[in-house]
Design a protein around this ligand. Structure first.
Ligand code: 16G
Ligand code: MG
Length: 545
C-alpha cells in the first residue's frame, strides 16, 4: 500500500529514541517535550486509523495541561468529543513504544485487529496550547496524519475543551454548534446573555470577575470571548502570558494544591476570582476575607452550586428527571454529606480521571460531574434535552414553568458537554450567582470543607498498590488497608485512602479529619504505612509540624 511506504519514509524524520518507553496515561502522553516528537507523529497515525475506523472526525490536542512549560503531551478526542475510548489506549502505548523498524508491523497489526478499511477517508482536527514546543510537536502530528493519507484541519492555538467542542460539532453536522471559534463564542455568550437577563439588578462590582489565566491558552481565549459578552460580565485577566511563565505559581492546580492566591493577582477582601489551568479544562474559584484569609471554592463546591440550581429549576419546571452528582474519592466528605443528606441527590463515586466520571454521568438524565481539582461539566441525556425543549415550546404552561424551562434550555447551551471547560463553567457559575443574587461568600457557606491534606510517597514500584471501591480501599500490599483503617479510627470525622498516581511516579495519600492538625497527622501516619509496607524509597516521610 502506497500509504505504508509513505509512513516508512516520513517516520524516519520523527525517529524514536531506542529503548524509550512511555505509557498512554490517564489523559494521554505527558513528559518532557524533547522526548515527544516521535510520539506526536505516531499519534497522528493513530488518529488517522481511529478516524477510518469510526468513519468520523477525530481530534488531537497537543498540551501538557498544568505541567511545567518544559513538558508537553497529547490527548486524542473521539467522535462525540469525548476522550479516546480506553480500548484504543493500548494501541497508543504499542505505537509509542514500538522501535523504528517495527513501526509498520505494529500499524498493520492494529489495522488487521480492528478490521479497518484503509480506503476510507480520514479527517483529524489538531489543536495546540501556548508552550514553545507545541508548534513543532503539532507539526509532527500533522505529518503523521498526512503520511497515512488523512486530511487534517489545524485549529492552531485553542483550549483543550474548544477542540473537543469542534470535533463534536463536526460529527453532529452542526447540531451541537458550528465548528469554529466564532461559533463557540457566540453559542456560549448568547446563552449567557439570556441567563443574565434573569438576574436581579447587579452593580458593576457584582459583574466583575478576576481571572488567572495561568499564563496559558485560557488567558488568550477568555480575552477573545470578552468582546462577545458586552457588559453582562466584566473580566480582569491576570497571568495572561505577557510576562510570567506558564503554570508557574499560578493556575488552578497551583491554587488548589497550595491553597493560596496565585502570583500577580491583586484583590480586595470579598473579590470574586477564578483560576484556569494550562489548557483551560479546569477551574477553581476563591476569595480572601476581611482578615486576609484565603478561601477556596473547588470542584466540589462548583458541583454543589450547579446541581442545586438545576434541581430547583427541575422542580419549578415540574419535570421529573433523575439528577446525579459524580465525584471521586478526593471529594471533600462535607460535600458528599451535603449532597446526599441535605440536597438529597444521588451521588456516585468513580476512579480518578475524567473519562470515568464522564461515563458514570452518562447513566442519568442529568449527570453533574466534577473532580475536586476543578475539572467537570454537566451531561444531559437526549431524553432529558427533548423534554426540556418540549416544555420550553409549550404555550399552555404557567409563567413559573415557562421561565424554568427557558433557564434550563439556556443552561444546556452554555455548557460544553463534551468535557470540563473552564470558560463554559465560568460562564455558568457567573450566571447562577447572578440569577440567585449570591455573593462568593454566600456560595462558600453552603457547607464547610473538612480540613484535608494530600501527600506524595516515593516507592520503588507504585504498581504494588492495587485499589478497589473507586480507589477508596487498597487490596494490596497485604496489611496496608488494615493499617489505614486503624489509623483512621484514631481521629474524628476522619477518612483516608492511597492510590498510585496515573501521571507521576508516586503514591498519593489523602486524609481528612475534624481539624487541620489531625488531617496533617493522619496523612503523615498513612504515608509512613505506605513507606513501610509498599517499598518506600529515599528518606522516611517527615511529620508536617
Ligand atoms: C489527569 C486527569 C485528571 C486527574 C489527574 C489525576 C483527565 C483529562 N485528566 O490530569 O482528571 O485528576 O490526571 O492525576 O482525565 P494523578 O493520577 O497523578 O493523581
Ligand atoms: Mg488541564
Amino acid at each position: 500500500m502506497a500509504h505504508f511506504k509513505e509512513v516508512t519514509q516520513q517516520s524516519g524524520l520523527h525517529p524514536k529514541p531506542a529503548g524509550l518507553v512511555l505509557q498512554y496515561g490517564t489523559a494521554g502522553f505527558r513528559t518532557n517535550a524533547n522526548q515527544l516528537d516521535h510520539i506526536m507523529f505516531r499519534m497522528g497515525l493513530l488518529a488517522t486509523l481511529r478516524s477510518k475506523k469510526t468513519k468520523a472526525t477525530i481530534g488531537v490536542m497537543v498540551t501538557a495541561s498544568h505541567n511545567p512549560e518544559e513538558d508537553n503531551g497529547v490527548k486524542l478526542i473521539d467522535p462525540m468529543g469525548e476522550m479516546l475510548t480506553s480500548s484504543w489506549e493500548g494501541y497508543g502505548t504499542q505505537l509509542a513504544n514500538t522501535e523504528q523498524e517495527e513501526l509498520l508491523t505494529t500499524l498493520k497489526d492494529i489495522v488487521e485487529k480492528e478490521a479497518i478499511d484503509m480506503s476510507h477517508e480520514a479527517n483529524v482536527f489538531v489543536g495546540k496550547d501556548t508552550r514553545s514546543s507545541s508548534a513543532s510537536l503539532s507539526q509532527a502530528v500533522l505529518d503523521g496524519i498526512k503520511a497515512l493519507g488523512g486530511h487534517s484541519k489545524d485549529y492552531g492555538l485553542v483550549t483543550t475543551p474548544q477542540l473537543h467542542y469542534m470535533v463534536c460539532c463536526q460529527n453532529t453536522q452542526g447540531k451541537y454548534g458550528e465548528a469554529t471559534l466564532e461559533g463557540y463564542y457566540s453559542k456560549l455568550s448568547q446563552a449567557f446573555s439570556q441567563l443574565a437577563k434573569n438576574a436581579s439588578n447587579r452593580t458593576d462590582d457584582q459583574k466583575h470577575l478576576r481571572v488567572d489565566g495561568a499564563n496559558g491558552i485560557g488567558a488568550i481565549k477568555v480575552r477573545e470571548l470578552e468582546s462577545h459578552l458586552k457588559k453582562d460580565l466584566q473580566l480582569s485577566i491576570f497571568n495572561d502570558g505577557s510576562r510570567g511563565k506558564l503554570n508557574h505559581q499560578c493556575g488552578a492546580d497551583f491554587v488548589k494544591v497550595q491553597q493560596k492566591l496565585p502570583i500577580g493577582i491583586k484583590i480586595n477582601p470579598g473579590d470574586r476570582c477564578c483560576s484556569f489551568d494550562g489548557d483551560a479544562d479546569r477551574i477553581v474559584y476563591y476569595y480572601t476575607d476581611s482578615k486576609g484569609h484565603f478561601h477556596l471554592l473547588d470542584g466540589d463546591k462548583i458541583a454543589t452550586l450547579i446541581s442545586s440550581f438545576l434541581k430547583e429549576l427541575l422542580n419549578e419546571a415540574g419535570l421529573d428527571l433523575k439528577i446525579a452528582v459524580v465525584q471521586t474519592a478526593y471529594a471533600n466528605g462535607s460535600s458528599t454529606y451535603y449532597l446526599e443528606n441535605t440536597m438529597k441527590v444521588i451521588v456516585r463515586c468513580t476512579k480518578t480521571g475524567v473519562k470515568h466520571l464522564h461515563h458514570a454521568a452518562q447513566e442519568f438524565d442529568i449527570g453533574v460531574y466534577f473532580e475536586a481539582n476543578g475539572h467537570g461539566t454537566v451531561l444531559f441525556s437526549r431524553g432529558a434535552e427533548g423534554k426540556i425543549q418540549q416544555l420550553a415550546a409549550d404555550t399552555n404552561i404557567n409563567d413559573e414553568r415557562k421561565k424554568a424551562a427557558f433557564l434550563l434550555q439556556n443552561t444546556i447551551n452554555i455548557i460544553n458537554q463534551t468535557v470540563g471547560d473552564a470558560i463554559s463553567d465560568m460562564l455558568l457559575i457567573e450566571a447562577i450567582l447572578a440569577i440567585k443574587g449570591m455573593t462568593v461568600q454566600q456560595w462558600d457557606t453552603i457547607y464547610s470543607d473538612l480540613p484535608n491534606r494530600q501527600l506524595k510517597v516515593k516507592v520503588s514500584d507504585r504498581r504494588v498498590i492495587e485499589t478497589t471501591d473507586a480507589e477508596r480501599r487498597a487490596v494490596t500490599p497485604a496489611g496496608l488497608q488494615d493499617a489505614i483503617d486503624d489509623l483512621v479510627k484514631k481521629y474524628k470525622q476522619a477518612r483516608s485512602f492511597v492510590r498510585p498516581s496515573g501521571t507521576e511516579d508516586v503514591v498519593r495519600v489523602y486524609a481528612e479529619a475534624d481539624t487541620q492538625e489531625n488531617a496533617d497527622a493522619l496523612a503523615h501516619e498513612v504515608s509512613l504505612a505506605v513507606y513501610g509496607l509498599a517499598g518506600g524509597v529515599g528518606d522516611e516521610p517527615k511529620p508536617l509540624h
